[in-house]
Ligand binder design. Structure first.
Ligand code: NAD
Length: 362
């Protein structure tokens, strides 16, 4: 087969350094010559935010962080930014915090320095998301890609272990979906496979010893690789399903990803044998699904959408919304009944293998 593909690399300065976030933020503000900084961070990050603000000539803080970025919060933050004439946004927090900073950048063009505290990965993508009237809209815009990302594993060590595991599986989902998303290519596949390795060992390390920084460092590195792969390949079936579940049914982002991933993997993996073999190699397992399930077991990952608030009666409506959103390029053909089966199995937490082509065989 001839090699041929088009790959876009996003330009961003990325700093890794455990225990260095405070210093790194101050340095980056100085390098950018910023004078009026909008700090976007939730109440949990008050200590770090105060430390960062101490060295600044002029800063203002916006701390109304709401999951999935409701448009009303975005508009309030945009108003604060423009009234303050902010020339830089520093966001410190998880994907919801980064998402709010992106919403401001989308309409104002103000550059972002992102300091992530979860494994969501939003800081390394040019994707924005906003929720209005129970619908999550997403889009791609170069203005929302943070100019700088400061990764400091110490900031993730306060994550409760179950949230660290779910958040890490969210990052792992970026890797897995990248293998069959609409713009998948050999570069983002290579990043995705290495991301799976780093995330698998990092997350197992966190669960084994939540007080040791090594696992968080490895998971954070995997997070970055996963997000770069995802930004390049676009959203596949898995992300489209999770966006519907988060945006319309307000399910928590990371646990939703952690629960849905094996069902989409089971549905798709055998239709893409090369990707399945690469998943298996990355997990060190016989096939992609068994490696993912072994990891989920080790992490005590959440099992069912019912347990995080989806009602069984929501499934038909959710399936219709998902059907309209999932790319037709998905490697295994699908219809409404297939999407309903995926959602029903994930809702109940039944064995994912039943959705595979083999599992379906008479
Ligand atoms: P989140 O930002 O909502 O954080 C979840 C919870 O964890 C919050 O209560 C938060 O305060 C807490 N938290 C954050 N960091 C912590 C820490 N270090 N210690 C203890 N608690 C901490 O959740 P998330 O999963 O990070 O992000 C989800 C959001 O990010 C969703 O809106 C999703 O759509 C978005 N996202 C966007 C992209 C993208 O490319 N645009 C990618 C991934 C996720």
């Amino acid at each position: 087969m001839m090699l041929g593909f088009v790959h876009e690399t996003l330009g961003q300065r990325v700093r890794f350094g455990t225990g260095t976030a405070r210093e790194a933020v101050r340095e980056e503000i100085g390098l950018r010559g910023a004078h009026r900084v909008l700090v976007v961070s939730g109440n949990r990050e008050t200590g770090l935010t105060d430390d960062v603000a101490k060295g600044l000539a002029d800063s203002i803080r916006f701390s109304e962080i709401v999951q999935h970025v409701p448009i009303a919060s975005a508009e309030r933050a945009r108003k604060v930014a423009s009234e303050f004439s902010a020339d830089l946004i520093v966001c410190i927090g998880g994907g919801s915090t980064t998402g709010l900073a992106k919403a401001v950048a989308l309409t104002t063009g103000i550059p972002i320095v992102a300091v992530p505290t979860t494994f969501a990965g939003s800081e390394a993508t040019n994707v924005w998301g906003l929720t209005e009237a129970s619908r999550k809209a997403t889009g791609v815009d170069p203005r929302v890609l943070p100019s700088v990302v400061i990764y400091d594993a110490e900031l993730t060590m306060s994550l409760p272990v179950d949230l660290a595991a779910s958040s890490g599986l969210n990052a792992l989902a970026h890797c897995v979906d990248s293998l069959w998303a609409p713009r998948t290519d050999p570069i983002n596949q290579a990043l995705a496979v290495e991301g799976i390795r780093a995330l698998s060992s990092g997350l197992r390390g966190i669960v084994a010893d939540p007080t040791a920084v090594g696992g968080y460092e490895s998971a954070l590195f995997g997070t970055y690789l996963s997000a770069v792969a995802f930004a390049s390949s676009g959203s596949g079936m898995h992300h489209k399903i999770c966006h519907v579940l988060g945006g319309t049914f307000n399910l928590p982002h990371a646990p939703t990803h952690a629960i849905v991933l094996p069902y989409v993997t089971a549905f798709n993996a055998e239709a893409v044998p090369v990707a399945n073999a690469r998943l298996a190699a990355a997990f060190g397992s016989l096939d992609g699904l068994s490696g993912l399930e072994a990891l989920r077991t080790d992490l005590s990952a959440p099992r069912s959408l019912a347990s995080i608030g989806l009602k069984e009666s929501d499934i038909p409506h959710a399936a219709e919304l998902c059907l309209a959103a999932i790319p037709r390029s998905n490697p295994r053909p699908f219809g409404l009944a297939d999407v309903e089966r995926i959602l029903t199995a994930a809702w109940a937490g039944s064995p994912a293998v039943e959705l595979s082509e083999k599992g379906n065989a008479p």
